[in-house]
Design a protein around this ligand. Structure first.
Ligand code: PCA
Length: 193
């Protein structure tokens, strides 16, 4: 099975993005799971660009599972995001200098899209494996929520279908080691299979 892992580069106010390091580590074969081919890619912190790159990756790679990661400051656990909201609304610009306030992501799209996976069960598995984890129903209104909503929206349109999960990870300063996120990915994949 092919698994696409995505992370983001730094953005205004966040000079080091641990999800970029995550992407690099997986490219360097930091994890291996039998029968799984990992493809690890950065996606831009840009409302428009992230859609283009996501669509291209899905059609080129045709993954059966996409695990998307972004940094969430002010948190100390992995946060499995259960809900994408059809709204861009942030006080900072994206990396393409675009400021979006009160703007829908998909015109006439549903106001919210819930994740299709049983994330309560997955959270229990992660906790059992010693990976601090919470569920979250608020991924913000910046580019992470944009990717979460857009990828969830595209799920019903793209063939072959993919499963999708968005996870916010803490900053490294918050004492959350990269190895914990890597362990989390192994748990996610074994659970999904
Ligand atoms: N975190 C931001 C965007 C990129 C990232 O890693 C967010 O939470 O929206």
């Amino acid at each position: 099975m092919r698994v696409l892992i995505t992370g983001f580069p730094p953005f205004p106010g966040c000079p080091i993005n641990p999800t970029q390091q995550l992407v690099d580590a997986i490219r360097d074969d930091a994890i291996a799971v039998n029968g799984v081919q990992f493809v690890s890619e950065l996606v831009p912190v840009a409302y428009r660009g992230v859609e283009e790159v996501f669509d291209r990756l899905i059609s080129e790679i045709q993954p059966s599972l996409v695990l998307a990661f972004g940094v969430g400051r002010h948190q100390s656990t992995l946060r499995l995001e259960t809900l994408g909201v059809n709204l861009d609304d942030a006080s900072i610009q994206d990396n393409a200098s675009e400021l979006r306030q009160n703007k829908p992501i998909v015109k006439d799209g549903p106001s919210e899209i819930a994740n299709r996976l049983d994330l309560e069960l997955l959270a229990k598995e992660l906790l059992r494996a010693g990976v601090p984890t919470e569920l979250s129903n608020n991924a913000g209104r910046y580019v992470c929520n944009h990717l979460l909503y857009y990828a969830s929206y595209r799920q019903s349109q793209v063939e072959p279908a993919y499963d999708f999960l968005f996870t916010h990870v803490p900053t490294l300063e918050n004492g959350f080691d990269l190895d914990l996120t890597l362990k989390g990915i192994e748990v996610m994949i074994n659970w999904h299979e």
